[in-house]
Design a protein around this ligand. Structure first.
Ligand code: BES
Ligand code: ZN
Ligand code: ZN
Length: 510
């Protein structure tokens, strides 16, 4: 782990803004734009080198070498060269940026920077010219791509080579604004890393009590007000959803509340995140295959904790309170049964027809509690349904809620490259949540629109007049495939950047 200027920073590379290569830089990352399709056969890909970094001779030497190696500049392509002897670095790494008209797409550039960061293990300090195209995107992409999680490896399997500890972002000038952009990108990416770390920490080590303690420690350090309710307080105060889900486990549940107070009169945003530290399904137990994926079932909680810490670090002029229910969903003789009826915080009764639909039960309590603060906006996020992946795949969150706010969340999410997609809450499905004995059942008796009926269940608990968005991240919170772009294996940190951008947008536009 590197030392860096930002005292709040927990991990990640140091980002340095500079107008020239530093002596210590061992590699230079440049961009490569592919030739347009009409003249692809005849013309060479174009280098993105930034003014004054390379002289003409160096640039043509690199272009000739890349052409000889067959580099095309397509997305994700990485080509390594020995650097021209006069350049002062050992290696040039060319990363594909796609065609000229794609270069303005911030997320494609962020992805390219992430690809480069993942290809630079063993280089302690590197410089890049990608920052001359889009400084903030290059900074964020490098930081996100340089993420590693080796906490549970001994020297036997710990990689010998580390990602770069310092990244020099080349720029034409070192203006105050440019420095602020880099600091902002580092702050955001560091909070993404906080969320990823939480998701990547296994359930043996991260259970409700420990999760709450870590949230308290990080939150307090960032200047947040922290309140934690333990199982006794939850029971006494009527949090029947959290108690019901948590009572099958010897590791008892918690409710964490973290507050960043903006100035008086600032908009109030409530965040709620699902914190199931492991989801076996409970008595409605899940099949064994891929059950380990359920280590990510606290991805929503991780994201809202990280986003609230970010609000404090950036001192946003928005009041943010995260209400985070934490429980472990286990089968045992003390577990809730299918057919049990519980009383949610606030008094509504729910028939638990399937103990594996536990996320909505803990979220309902938290949503009612969050609404007592009379927020202007409420954003909840959860690894809520397998149906999210059936509908949208592993990388696209579904967002439901108050139509106008839902669409605003989807638009902002697209801007940051997390790509949450607006989904409806069809009225006819609401009727299928009727219970034989209680106010509401926790599941329908069919599988149609499973992501949407979960959203409809939550809607029942949102107070009137609150603009609400529910982001289902069942797939997007956890990458079970190979790393891609700036996304590593395991915890992804989605949707921290959507929430961060939303808070900034609310600060500016109300
Ligand atoms: N945590 C799961 C949802 C999930 C599935 C997240 C796959 C990530 C990957 C959730 O608690 C769950 O089990 N939901 C059930 C709901 C069903 C019983 C209505 C599901 O999706 O099968
Ligand atoms: Zn479940
Ligand atoms: Zn779950």
């Amino acid at each position: 782990m590197s030392k860096n200027d930002n005292a709040d920073r927990t991990r990640g590379p140091e980002l340095v803004l500079s107008t020239a290569l530093d002596k210590g830089d061992a590699a230079l990352v440049i961009g490569l734009i592919s030739a347009s399709s009409e003249d692809a056969d005849t013309s060479e890909p174009t280098l993105v080198v930034g003014d004054g970094v390379l002289d003409d001779a160096q640039a043509s030497e690199i272009t000739a070498a890349l052409t000889a190696l067959g580099a095309t500049g397509s997305h994700g392509e990485v080509t390594r060269l020995a650097a021209p002897a006069t350049l002062g670095v050992d290696v040039v790494l060319a990363v594909g940026l796609g065609s000229a008209d794609e270069v303005d797409d911030a997320d494609l550039l962020r992805q390219a920077a992430g690809v480069a960061a993942r290809a630079l293990d063993g280089f302690d300090a590197v410089a890049t010219t990608l920052s001359t195209v889009n400084l903030a995107a290059a900074a964020e992409g490098f930081f996100l791509g340089a993420y590693r999680f080796d906490e549970f490896r001994t020297d036997k399997t710990k990689p010998k080579k580390n990602p770069p500890a310092r990244i020099t972002l080349l720029a034409e000038s070192k203006s105050k604004e440019a420095k602020a952009e880099v600091d902002h990108a580092a702050a955001v990416a560091d909070c993404v890393a906080i969320a990823r770390d939480f998701v990547n920490t296994p359930p043996s080590h991260l259970y409700p009590e420990e999760f709450a303690a870590r949230a308290r420690s990080l939150g307090t350090k960032a200047g947040l007000n922290v309140e934690i309710l333990d199982d006794k307080e939850l029971l006494a105060q009527g949090y029947g959803g959290i108690i019901g889900v948590g009572k099958g486990s010897s590791r008892l549940p918690r409710l964490v509340r973290l507050t960043h107070a903006g100035r008086k009169g600032a908009k109030k945003v409530a965040l709620v995140g699902k914190g199931i530290t492991f989801d076996t399904g409970g008595i409605s137990i899940k099949p064994a295959a891929n059950m380990d994926h359920m280590t990510s079932d606290m991805g929503g909680a991780a994201a809202v904790i990280a986003a609230t810490i970010l609000a404090a670090r950036l001192d946003l002029e928005v009041s943010v309170t995260a209400t985070v229910p934490m429980a472990e969903n286990m089968p045992s003789s003390t577990a809730q049964r299918p057919g049990d009826v519980l009383t949610q915080y606030g008094g509504r009764t729910v028939e638990v027809l399937n103990t594996d639909a536990e996320g909505r039960l803990i979220l309902a309590d938290a949503i009612v509690r969050a609404c007592e603060d009379e927020p202007d906006y409420l954003i909840d996020t959860a690894t809520l349904t397998g149906a999210q992946m059936v509908a949208l795949g592993a990388r696209t969150p579904g967002v439901m809620g108050t139509p106008e706010f839902r669409d605003r969340v989807a638009a902002i999410s697209a801007e940051v490259g997390e790509n949450a997609w607006a989904m409806p809450l069809p009225k006819e499905l609401r009727g299928d949540l009727k219970s034989r004995v209680a106010d509401l059942a926790n599941v329908t008796n069919h599988r149609n629109g499973g992501m949407l009926s979960a959203g409809l269940f939550l809607q029942e608990f949102v107070a009137d007049g609150v603009a609400w968005a529910h982001i289902d991240i069942a797939g997007p919170a956890f990458n079970s495939g190979a790393p891609w772009g700036y996304t590593p294996k395991g915890g992804t940190g989605v949707p921290v950047r959507t929430i961060a951008a939303l808070l900034a947008d609310i600060q500016t536009n109300g």
